[in-house]
Design a protein around this ligand. Sequence first.
Ligand code: KIV
Length: 263
Amino acid sequence: MKITIHELRQMKQRGEKIVALTAYDFFTARIMDEVGIHLILVGDSVGMAVLGYENTLRVTMEEMLHHTRAVARAKPQALVVADMPFLSYATVEQALQNAGRLIQAGAEAVKLEGGVTVAPQVRALVAAGIPVLGHIGLLPQSILETGGYKVQGRTEASVRALQDDALALVEAGVFGLVLEGIVSSVAGAITRAVPVPTIGIGAGRDCDGQILVSNDMLGLFTWFTPKHAKRYANLAEEMRRAFAAYKKEVSDGTFPGYEHAFR
Ligand code: KIV
């Protein structure tokens, strides 16, 4: 069954957890679809996961379009959401133009970071028929301003700001909210207070769903694993093993064997 924003809202009402992951290419999206992942995010984490950038600030619209097209070609049952990269939604006009390009590349919704300050952009996008997933809490695109990746909701002022952001986004028409790096009890309270599903990453178990960066959970990015990310596989080790075995076999003449040659 094709997952729509309406189905995600019903899942919240039924108390069913939404399972989301990031993907940046065709084959990963295909495999995720085989196991019934509900939402695939073409995240701007592609910058670190695939492109070798230090943070998400260097990711461009062209790169997001390229990876969105690849994921969309898998035609997954999952809802495909594309991240709007840094500075692509600084004004309402830019937001409309760039979100439109992501939709034309195959995304079925867009995600942007921020709360009260991006509510006008969200309202305009929703009015134009583009579903928007909000993203509040720890905002990777704001690290220059905030001074780093900091968990939110530890002070009264921070809790109030999060609540204001969540309500402003709901009022502007988001179909869901990503809650990133938020104290669990605060994320739980926001989840209970809003009518739209919340999808947590580093926000505890009380969110309506969970998302992880696929490279983190697959153990592909072994140089650093954030505290919130559980490793479900060790693919980097598996790749190292395969590359080393191949190198050895080519070097010692074991590969290709007769079964791999044409006669
Ligand atoms: O880009 C990304 O992967 C994200 C997730 C952390 C939610 O925004």
